[in-house]
Design a protein around this ligand. Structure first.
Ligand code: ADP
Ligand code: MG
Length: 288
């Protein structure tokens, strides 16, 4: 039987906007030794702004942005939303056919008679398209038209207000290892990890690589300790399931992530993770 104090713990947590789906999760969370984060939408706001549009010689930058916006029309990815927001024009959906989104890569779409690809280096490499790197650091969206490179869009995301505090309070609570996993570029990942004081990061990961990383990290966790993963996206559902404890962002998070998670943070604040651990330990009567 479940001790009554567990219900007190779940109730106390829910008052702070921390929804715990079952009493057993408090026990697992109380032992969190490693906390792994997804980057976009979890540690960052996930609302990218377009910083610059670079077009190849003889290409109009507006054309690069409009083709990208057309190709991203049906995508809900935070990157797609930023491109559509930056493109002021209207989108005539009749011009778009045959859209294919490839997780961790980008999108391909037929717009008029053209095949447009918008995404990262992996997507360009798959099509044998050579891209031109600019010196700017940031998340880069390469754009190709019928297999020819036409330019790239630089987008930037900002870290959440309480993200640094969230990492510091996890360390203060005795969490031994903090790790960030992302499909984004190494330079972007390094900047975020350094800014927030995260111990380790892995970049350029595909969704299945995130599951493999979490499995590796679980095997590196002591027998007494557990691993918690915190994420928000559709792609995060398999990792949320694989972790000892899965924590999802509830407000901006995807339905798939919320469904797969054991704990949901209603206000999307990463600082609530340390709070949840403290509540869990108190409920379990674990002194720290
Ligand atoms: P994260 O790990 O930061 O949550 P994702 O796994 O969702 O990111 O995506 C990883 C990378 O794949 C992005 O940084 C981007 O380069 C590319 N990507 C994914 N979806 C799209 C899209 N709709 N449009 C363009 N690029 C995309
Ligand atoms: Mg994500």
């Amino acid at each position: 039987s479940v001790p009554l104090s567990f219900f007190g713990g779940i109730g106390g947590a829910s008052k702070c906007g921390i929804l715990v789906k079952g009493a057993n999760y408090l026990e697992t969370l109380a032992k969190a030794e490693t906390v792994v984060f997804d980057k976009t939408g979890t540690l960052t706001n996930g609302t990218f702004n377009v910083v610059a549009v670079h077009a190849e010689a003889d290409v109009d930058p507006d054309l690069v942005l409009s083709f990208a916006a057309y190709a991203e029309t049906y995508s809900d990815h935070p990157i797609a939303l930023s491109v559509k927001a930056a493109y002021a024009g209207e989108i005539d959906r009749a011009r778009i056919k045959d859209v294919k989104e490839e997780s961790g890569h980008g999108v391909r779409a037929q717009v008029d008679e053209h095949i447009i690809a918008v995404g990262n280096e992996k997507l360009m490499m798959a099509d044998n398209v050579a891209w031109h790197e600019c010196e700017l650091t940031g998340t880069i969206l390469h754009v190709s038209l019928d297999g020819s490179y036409i330019g790239h869009i630089v987008i930037a995301d900002v870290v959440k207000d309480d993200a640094a505090e969230a990492i510091a309070s996890l360390k203060a609570a005795g969490v031994k290892r903090t790790v960030m996993l992302t499909g984004d570029r190494d330079d972007v990942a390094r900047a975020v990890a350094e800014k927030l004081g995260i111990d380790e990061y892995r970049a350029s990961l595909l969704p299945q690589n995130k599951v493999e990383e979490v499995e590796r990290l679980i095997s590196g966790t002591s027998s007494k300790g557990t691993l918690a993963f915190v994420g928000d996206g559709i792609n995060d559902a398999p990792v949320l399931t694989r972790a000892d404890i899965g924590i999802a962002m509830g407000a901006m998070g995807s339905d798939a992530a919320i469904e797969a998670a054991d704990i949901v943070l209603m206000d999307d604040k990463p600082s609530n993770i340390a709070r949840a651990i403290r509540i869990a330990r108190k409920t379990m009567g674990i002194a720290w």
